[in-house]
Design a protein around this ligand. Structure first.
Ligand code: ZN
Length: 301
């Protein structure tokens, strides 16, 4: 064989091998970006994550992710982080509380318009404050919470039919547990029916409504330390005048104003769990209600 021909052939073989290797490598890199086939379900924040955790247990080909960090607490007045955007940009399903809690939803949909949004609040009757603001903290009422569980299960069944039977069964089981809880809770907290309370955290408005509390709800955006001197003084006057015995706040709230009101009036502070943060345990919601029973019972003894 001609010497030059031989070198040319060797050259062609080497170049071909290099080209093949490059093509294979490009394909491999592309595959990493291709969808892994799983349905990605993102919940907006903690209470929604606990619901989704219960409903999706054992579901096939899904990935469940919570968007806002658990330490964030409530989402009202929340600003999305870069991390949050990363979590939702390839999501297939977004589970929201609804009632304005996720007022950033348009921004998410702009970056991911294919995402299906499930609104858990569709069957819940909401409370509206004197200044026309909707209270979105519906889950603190167990009956509302059960409706939210039902709506999330229905939504998931529609958009992820593959797991419909699993969602149905999980929702049935969870609601059964919640109904048992409700029975225990109503019985234990019957003592609250008609009792007067000043509530310094709007999340408890739905809870108080369910238990028949006679409430004065003071809007604090979960931060009772923000009360103005005037509101504080008026509250103290009302608590004295109406013989109010209970001051309700969240156990994570700064309690300086509650303490001032208590000192001035003798009303007792109840530091309850509004279910806005906690462990990622499936039974976290149920446990938060049981915790509240103990705190209320101990406080009223
Ligand atoms: Zn809130």
């Amino acid at each position: 064989m001609n010497k030059y021909l031989k070198y040319t052939l060797i050259g062609i073989v080497i170049i071909s091998v290099i080209v093949i290797l490059i093509v294979l490598n490009i394909n491999r890199n592309n595959k990493k970006e291709v969808d892994d086939g799983k349905t990605k379900i993102v919940t907006s924040f903690y209470p929604m994550y606990i619901i989704a955790e219960n409903i999706t247990e054992g579901a096939n080909n899904i990935e469940l992710v919570n968007m806002a960090d658990v330490n964030v607490g409530c989402l009202h007045d929340y600003t999305l982080t870069t991390e949050d955007m990363k979590k939702v940009e390839d999501a297939d399903i977004f589970i929201s509380n609804g009632l304005g809690m996720e007022n950033f939803i348009d921004k998410i949909l702009e970056s991911n318009s294919d995402m299906q949004v499930i609104d858990s609040s569709v069957d819940v009757t909401n409370l509206i404050s004197d200044d026309n603001e909707v209270n979105g903290h519906i889950w603190t009422n167990i009956d509302n919470y059960i409706k939210q569980v039902e709506s999330v299960a229905e939504g998931l069944k529609k958009v992820n039919e593959e797991n419909a039977a699993i969602y149905d069964e999980n929702a049935r089981e969870y609601i059964e547990k919640l109904n048992d809880l409700k029975k225990e809770y109503y019985e234990a907290l019957e003592i609250l029916n008609g009792k007067k309370a000043v509530v310094l955290n709007e999340a408890f408005e739905y809870m108080g409504q369910e238990l028949g509390l006679d409430m004065i709800v003071i809007k604090t955006d979960h931060e009772e330390s923000t009360l103005s001197a005037e509101v504080l003084k008026n509250t103290i006057d009302r608590v004295k005048k109406e013989n109010i015995e209970m001051i309700i706040i969240d156990k994570n709230d700064n309690k300086s104003n509650a303490e001032t009101i208590s000192k001035e009036t003798g009303a007792k502070i109840f530091e309850l769990n509004s279910g806005l943060s906690g462990t990622l345990d499936k039974d976290a919601y149920i446990n938060s209600c049981i915790e509240n029973i103990s705190i209320i019972q101990a406080g009223l003894m």
